[in-house]
Design a protein. Sequence first.
Length: 122
Amino acid sequence: MISDQRVKVYRNLTNKCWSVLGPDGLLLLHAQSLVLKDCQFEVRESGRQRVLREKRKNVHAFVKGYLAPMSSRHDHVPGSVLPVTYNPYKSEHFQLKENVSPILKECTIAIFHNDGTMSAAR
């Protein structure tokens, strides 16, 4: 079952959706919105440096976690839910949108919205 596997999620700019990779790195599914629990943020520095050098986007930033039911979106979310952003030209970390400091390297819940934005609850 997918919810028992740790997955990686990234924004698929070509298909305008979220892509979910399994533990083996293979594509499991595309989704317009989803929720992950027990998350860690990962930015591969070599991929980020390639973006800076070539001025072309590539997949190098992920959120790792376990798929959660969509009902987790607003129910039982611990703490406050804050918007998160990542821009390889401005930072090497995922960041809180209102703040320039890096967010924690992990969060309890990450919510991936259908408009391409993401929120997190620590």
